[in-house]
Design a protein around this ligand. Structure first.
Ligand code: AMP
Ligand code: ZN
Length: 474
């Protein structure tokens, strides 16, 4: 079936075909590790995870590269203010990024190149641009002269005429000939990270990092370049200018950008207390799986409004999916219906939806319809044992893309373990009032107990009082 993606470059839905049959090369702008990633960043990473899982499910061999921007103005400033080396400063943010991504079941990329480990490649690219007449040096910096690249603006549609030559837009870059020109190499400011170069000691500009690393790992032209919409201009526009001026070839053939996550209708802002990291949401008692669901379930080209109501609804939705999967797995009936046609149609509709520019909302709607129909069949004992087998196999296949059917592994805190044990004890002693009180208390902590013939089982529910105080602002 035909795959279509919306290409920011052409502003159209385009049929997707990789350069090399069966193989897809993807470059993804990764985190700038000067602080903890926020849930907005993870919205973009979750979209990229869906893209990769879907392409793999379609049978492609996918190679994804995600850079770690571990040197730029913000990381350098942070390290200087903390009085530590750049490496010491970025380390905890890198570690937490991987931990959070794992918690959200975001599959790892094949390569995570770090900017600080690719300085020679960046210098080589700047030299290549210099040899082609695309640069000028000024006061220890090297700038890209945009007037030498006629294609500038083709990705963003930016009206670059509005940027007046000579306008002083940035104190850090006062020596530019034209406001729109950007730094490829910045002089060493003293007391901070710096590398030797033909232009004197300094460090790379942010944009050149991605051009050098993407081409190193994926070749001069690759299939898909992704990022959030804020990356379109100037970052991706500048990547195109650098790479294409150097190679004379298109950098990426499809440019996919995800819209932003906003909070309660506003931009995420630390000062408004509307800024959340994954840890902030987990501390409020939300299940990481519900957060994954929320991040994935809105189409990537639509803004996602994060609200507590939305998180509660996502909690209910994933509970429905995980309960259903468990019920089907444990179903012991053997009725006369195999539901093969329904299951086959649902799987086909799921695929068609995703083929259409990752139409996740339709894909999920199909799954919920299947859940309703199969639950009904199990209620009535109509589902056959063979049908159950096909259903489980189909759900397992769809879950390669979604990763939403298996509950978060139970990592109970000590306090919760103690409460569950105390409730068991109270039940054994037939002190039902106390047992109920403990159950209530657990519910308040987001732990729902179920007494089943096989013993007590528990699962996550929405926390009773999720709001609490906003995170410390700064
Ligand atoms: P950064 O660490 O700022 O370089 O951003 C990492 C990734 O997160 C980039 O792809 C950004 O486009 C993306 N991003 C930043 N803010 C948001 C947001 N509020 N919602 C979704 N994606 C975002
Ligand atoms: Zn980038």
């Amino acid at each position: 079936m035909v795959i279509r993606f919306y290409n920011t470059l052409s502003r159209r839905l385009e049929r997707f075909e990789p350069l090399e049959a069966g193989k897809v090369r993807v470059y993804t702008c990764g985190p700038t590790v000067y602080d903890y990633a926020h849930v907005g960043n993870f919205r973009t990473y979750a979209f990229e995870d869906l893209l990769k899982r879907y392409l793999r499910w379609k049978g492609f061999d996918v190679v994804q590269v995600m850079n770690l921007t571990d040197v730029d103005d913000k990381t350098i400033r942070g390290a200087r203010e903390a009085g530590v080396s750049l490496g010491e400063y970025t380390k905890p943010y890198i570690e937490t990024f991987f931990k959070d991504a794992d918690t959200l079941r975001i599959r790892r990329a094949e390569h995570y190149p770090r900017a600080t480990e690719h300085i020679p490649e960046m210098i080589a690219l700047v030299k290549r641009l210099e040899a082609g007449g695309h640069t000028y040096a000024s006061e220890g910096a090297v700038y890209y002269r945009i007037s030498t690249f006629p294609g500038y603006g083709k990705l963003s549609g930016m009206n670059i005429g509005s940027l007046q030559p000579g306008a002083r837009v940035d104190v850090d870059e006062y020596a530019k000939e034209e406001a729109r020109d950007f730094a490829l190499w910045k002089p060493f400011g003293g007391g901070e990270a710096g590398w030797d170069s033909p232009w004197g000691p300094g460090r790379p500009g942010w944009h050149v990092e991605c051009s050098a690393m993407s081409m190193k790992y994926l070749g001069e032209t690759f299939d898909i370049h992704t990022g959030g919409v804020d990356n379109i201009f100037p970052h991706h526009e500048n990547e195109i200018a650098q790479s294409e001026a150097a190679t004379g070839k298109p950098l990426a053939r499809y440019w996919l950008h995800s819209e932003h996550l906003i909070v309660e209708g506003q931009r995420m802002s630390k000062s408004l207390g509307s800024y959340f990291t994954l840890q902030d949401l987990l501390a409020k008692g939300y299940d990481p799986l519900a957060i994954r669901y929320l991040l994935l379930s809105t189409h990537y080209r639509r803004q996602l409004n994060l609200t507590f109501e939305g998180l509660d609804a996502a909690t209910a939705a994933v509970t429905r999916l995980t309960d259903f999967y468990r019920r089907v797995s444990e179903y012991g009936g053997d009725g006369g219906e195999d539901f093969a046609e329904d299951v086959g149609k649902a799987a086909a509709a799921f695929e068609t939806s995703l083929d259409n520019d990752l139409g996740i909302a339709d894909a999920l709607a199909t799954i919920f319809d299947l859940v309703t129909a199969a639950n009904r069949a199990m209620d009535r004992g109509e589902l056959s044992a063979a049908g159950r087998g096909v259903l489980v196999a189909t759900l397992d296949s769809l879950d390669e893309v979604l990763d939403l059917f298996h509950p978060t592994p139970l990592a109970l805190g000590e306090e919760i373990e103690k409460l569950i044990a105390a409730r068991e004890e109270a039940r054994r002693a037939k002190d039902y009032a106390r047992a109920d009180a403990l159950r209530e208390k657990l519910a308040g902590l987001g732990v729902v107990l179920e007494d089943t013939p096989g013993g007590v089982r528990w699962k996550r529910g929405a926390p009773a009082e999720p709001r609490g105080e906003p995170r410390e602002t700064r």
